[in-house]
Design a protein around this ligand. Structure first.
Ligand code: HPA
Length: 267
């Protein structure tokens, strides 16, 4: 499915009928971060299956709900779970929720993912602030838009102005995220290739959401949680259950980082 404004507007009417008139900040939670929302009051939970254009995840261990919270009068939508392209969704569908938030005037996106470490110095449990990405899936979520605003400038797509502060407090890393379609993990040769291209982490999400967010002129702050060393590197263990276990561990630190960001007046 290509970019479909009608479907976005239908979905927006549905959210408005639930009382969500506008949104300030959107958070996309990758694996291992679901407990983040438990610490905030004033929540409204809407299962993805209830929202036109959205579907529950087929991945075990991924929840699928839109959660609306307010912190200091700031309206925040937390997207718990994603529609991944490896489930068969198009680039547009995989970033549909971000387009929806863009139409609801969201100004900021905090996007997170679980990822393999391509950089040999990255270890499971580390957190990397994303400073740029390399997209290796071919389609774009903006295909189907016929106006010239589709030619989105992807320079400075990720905001890293808080890096120094977060690095001091949480010892985070900084680097380039490479996206793949998945669902299979990479071959060792692909990992060498991605590293040579300049990648530091590799995962199966995020870039379509960032592109959509930049189309809507949102500020994007992105984080990878390193759950494993990438395929072929010494110590690489690539089993989905291990990835989820590591994501749960690293998720605690990243939850604290995101809570810090949400308390700020303007991330
Ligand atoms: N590769 C791709 N996606 C991932 C990985 C990986 O090594 N780990 C977690 N998500």
């Amino acid at each position: 499915m290509l970019y479909n404004k009608e479907l976005i507007l239908e979905s927006m009417s549905f959210l408005k009928s639930k009382g969500i008139e506008s949104v300030d900040t959107v958070v996309v939670l990758g694996s291992g971060l679901s407990h983040l929302v438990d610490q905030f009051p004033n929540t409204m939970v809407i299962p993805y299956d209830d929202i036109p254009g959205m579907h529950a995840s087929s991945v075990k261990g991924h929840d699928s709900a839109l959660i609306y919270i307010t912190i200091n009068n700031k309206k925040i939508v937390v997207l718990k779970g994603r529609m991944h392209m490896y489930e068969g969704y198009s680039a547009f569908q995989s970033s549909f929720a971000i387009a929806l938030m863009g139409e609801l005037k969201a100004r900021q996106l905090i996007v997170t993912n679980a990822a393999g470490g391509l950089n040999p110095e990255f270890n499971p449990g580390d957190i990397m602030m994303i400073e740029d990405h390399i997209k290796t899936q071919f389609p774009s979520p903006l295909e189907g838009i016929l106006t010239n605003d589709r030619f989105v400038d992807m320079q400075n797509a990720y905001d890293i102005s808080l890096y120094d502060e977060l690095q001091q407090k949480y010892q985070i890393k900084k680097g380039v995220y490479v996206s793949t379609l998945g669902p299979q993990y990479e071959t060792p040769a692909e990992v060498r290739h991605f590293r040579n291209m300049g990648g530091d982490t590799v995962g199966m999400s995020t870039v379509m959401e960032t592109i959509m967010a930049r189309y809507y002129r949102m500020k994007v702050v992105g984080f990878s949680m390193i759950t494993n060393k990438a395929s072929g590197l010494p110590g690489a263990v690539l089993a989905h259950t291990d990835v989820i276990e590591q994501a749960n561990k690293a998720g605690k630190i990243l939850s604290n980082i995101i809570s810090d960001l949400l308390q700020k007046d303007n991330i």
